[in-house]
Design a protein. Structure first.
Length: 71
């Protein structure tokens, strides 16, 4: 209550931070490689949490991997 209207504003950043890079057609080689590294890091983090994403956009599906053997 002490923050007033400022306290009601969303403090989290929303949206896909990489969407501008992903849709850009004029990526340099370094930017393209950085985007690829970021995608791999995200995939590794998801695998550590035992889930995988299949599909894109509206058709995105989160698949848990707990039933599968990781070795």
């Amino acid at each position: 209550m002490r923050d007033g209207k400022e306290g009601l504003k969303n403090k989290k950043k929303t949206g896909n931070h990489f969407s501008a890079l992903h849709t850009s057609t004029s990526l340099t080689e370094i930017e393209r490689l950085q985007l690829e590294i970021l995608k791999r890091d995200i995939e590794i983090a998801r695998l550590k949490k035992w889930y995988q994403v299949k599909g894109v956009g509206v058709n995105k599906e989160f698949v848990t991997l707990k039933d599968k053997n990781s070795k």
